[in-house]
Design a protein around this ligand. Structure first.
Ligand SMILES: [Cu+2]
Length: 185
């Protein structure tokens, strides 16, 4: 009986130590303070009628890891995915569409349309690699967490929780603030 109580006490101490990272500077623990560091989380506000959104942040993993997924409350969106933006001609799904007709006289397309069509986004099926110690930026035009089937438009000042799932590190839940532009820009 006494032994069980001791074990419980130890467990309680461990839990208490884990919960107080911010203030426990006197800890003799030599392990890294945080396995995953997230900075500047934000999501762009979404216009009425648009049912998708994107969240951005800088992420640094203490050890090599992979961001393999994200989840968001069903009150916010139906699904969240890790996306990358790639040149359209590297997207295999576009190949079928290009070989039924090869037109030589379509050089009069506007530059704007060409630019818009040059990049596509796609889900990162293998996740986003996070090399140890390197800050990886999720930002407009690059990696992002795609929010699908928004329940309601994202309005500036709104906040929601986003939980990130890693290959090695424990899940991290962060608060995302909706804004017109990136914080500090
Ligand atoms: Cu996307």
């Amino acid at each position: 009986m006494k032994r069980e109580l001791t074990l419980l006490s130890v467990a309680a101490l461990v839990l208490a130590a884990c919960g107080g990272d911010d203030e426990s500077e006197t800890s003799a623990d030599t392990s890294p303070q945080t396995a995953i560091q997230i900075d500047g989380a934000w999501a762009r506000e979404s216009p009425d009628g648009v049912t998708v959104g994107a969240a951005y942040f800088d992420i640094t993993a203490a050890d090599d890891d992979v961001l393999i997924g994200a989840t968001v409350s069903s009150d916010v969106a139906g699904d969240a995915q890790i996306h990358e933006v790639v040149p359209a001609d590297e997207d295999e799904s576009m190949d079928d569409m290009s070989d039924d007709e090869s037109m030589d006289d379509t050089g009069d397309m506007s530059d704007g349309e060409m630019d818009m069509g040059a990049m596509v986004m796609q889900e990162m099926a293998d996740g986003l690699p996070l090399p140890a110690g390197d800050a990886v930026s999720l930002e407009p035009g690059g990696y992002h967490v795609m929010l699908l089937d928004l329940v309601q438009p994202l309005a500036s000042g709104d906040e929601f929780d986003l939980t990130l799932d890693f290959e090695n590190a424990d899940d991290v839940t962060l608060t995302v603030t909706v804004a017109e532009t990136a914080p500090g820009s």
